[in-house]
Write a protein that binds this ligand. Structure first.
Ligand code: RNT
Ligand code: ZN
Length: 417
């Protein structure tokens, strides 16, 4: 028995004293499939819409080694996956189509993504999808699905309709539903006179996009709100209330992006409420810092709270978990590895709680034991359980992962000039 196994057995005993079965927790952890956002590889540029990012989101930094083509995007995703325990999905945006044809976003078809399906099969990952309603000449006015220009609005409606068909295609090919998430950057920099009209148009656009019924066995529709973007500070058409209402009324998935709310608002406290009214939740795991909603996810308090809300009430059963951030100032493989490992650790820690026992204690009004046990849990050595999980899954444990990140940077990323 090596050290990792020995230490695991010790910690397992400690957890058993609290009534927690660490093996079972790891078994449950292995069923949570995180979706890796492909756009961290190349700072959300893609291959269809030109070379700059717009729509109120931004990457800063120019750390060397960003992916320049579809082959490099896949190479980097494979490298990231090789450093991560468990099973995954990959989250694509429409701009990551793999085609030589000169097509615009209102012309995308499943065949432009066929090589992604082959790649996904080979790498045993599922696929998720997003229409790309930004970084495009038809988005420069700041409005897409809520534009008052019919030509523009129809262009984006057509794009989103096609995105859903691609989602359905992914779902059929890969045997697990694709979550197709609609996020639009629409809004005003300065104070609007009419707050309703753009929302009426957004609602009508969505109604039109979702008119065709697609079996949720293949494609799950999701809609994502936001409080503000850069240059869209005064008014966002697709606000929280807009989409909570829309998703509830239309029985589709609601996306909760951890970076899309006021700084004192947390999605961890929204999850339980919305779970009562929407059939499915898509989580965009992200980290807001001041104006930015997209820093690399770290193992912080809010991430732990998010995991707890999902695990303690088993809301995870109706939740898809995707990462959403883009940092161009650090090694991009590291951004994946840290973001995913942090998320997994938060889930693991939540799974290592005597959940039923704590619920009972709380219902009995026994706040003494509730306080003692939840405080005790904070210093339990879940890190050793996580190390063991990595080891069992044949991926580098602890600092060994960083060593591999360095090797890949030296051998691969630094050669991309
Ligand atoms: C933007 C949204 C959206 C994007 C991705 C690239 O604020 O979070 O999800 O980050 O679609
Ligand atoms: Zn998001």
């Amino acid at each position: 028995m090596n050290n990792i196994e020995k230490e695991y057995l010790q910690v397992k005993e400690e957890y058993a004293k609290l009534g927690v079965d660490t093996d079972k927790a790891l078994e449950r952890l292995s069923k949570i499939k995180i979706s890796l956002h492909c756009w961290q590889t190349d700072d959300v540029i893609g291959f269809l819409s030109g070379n700059s990012l717009s729509g109120g989101i931004q990457t800063t930094g120019n750390y060397p080694g960003k992916a320049r083509n579809v082959k490099e995007v896949r190479e980097d995703l494979e490298e990231a996956l090789s450093l991560l325990p468990g099973n995954y999905k990959i989250n694509l945006h429409a701009i990551y189509a793999d085609t030589d044809e000169k097509i615009d976003l209102d012309q995308i078809e499943p065949r432009h993504f066929a090589s992604w399906v082959d790649w996904a099969k080979k790498n045993h990952v599922g696929l998720d999808f997003n229409p790309t309603c930004f970084s495009h000449p038809k988005a420069v006015s700041g409005f897409t699905l809520s534009s008052n220009d019919d030509e523009i609005r129809n262009f984006w409606i057509e794009h989103c309709k096609r995105a859903r068909k691609i989602g359905e295609y992914f779902g059929k090919e890969l045997g697990e539903p694709c979550v197709t998430n609609i996020w639009v950057p629409d809004g005003y920099k300065d104070i609007p006179y009419d707050r309703l009209a753009p929302r009426v148009r957004l609602k009508e656009s969505l109604d039109e996009i979702l008119k065709e019924k697609i079996d949720p066995k293949y494609n799950i529709d999701a809609v994502e709100s936001k409080v503000f973007g850069i240059g869209v500070e005064a008014y966002t058409t697709g606000s929280n209330e807009f989409y909570v209402g829309y998703a509830t009324k239309n029985n589709i998935a609601l996306t909760l992006d951890a970076g899309h709310y006021h700084p004192t608002e947390y999605i961890s406290d929204k999850i339980s409420s919305v779970s009562l009214y929407v059939p499915h939740i898509l989580l965009h795991v992200s980290r807001p810092v001041r104006w930015d909603s997209d820093h690399v996810v770290l193992f912080d308090d809010e991430l732990n709270e998010i995991a707890r809300s999902l695990i303690r009430n088993n809301i995870i059963e109706k939740t898809s978990v995707g990462l959403d951030y883009f940092d161009a100032s650090i090694n991009r493989i590291n951004a994946y590895v840290v973001g995913v490992r942090s998320t997994l650790k938060a889930f693991l820690r939540a799974l290592l709680e005597p959940t039923e026992e704590l619920k009972r204690i709380e219902n009995d009004g026994n706040y003494t034991d509730r306080m003692f046990i939840t405080e005790r849990l904070k210093t339990m050595n879940f890190g050793k359980v996580f190390d063991y999980y990595c080891y069992k899954n044949g991926v580098p444990v602890g600092m060994d992962a960083l060593e591999e990140i360095h090797r890949y940077e030296k051998d691969v990323l630094s050669k991309r000039r």
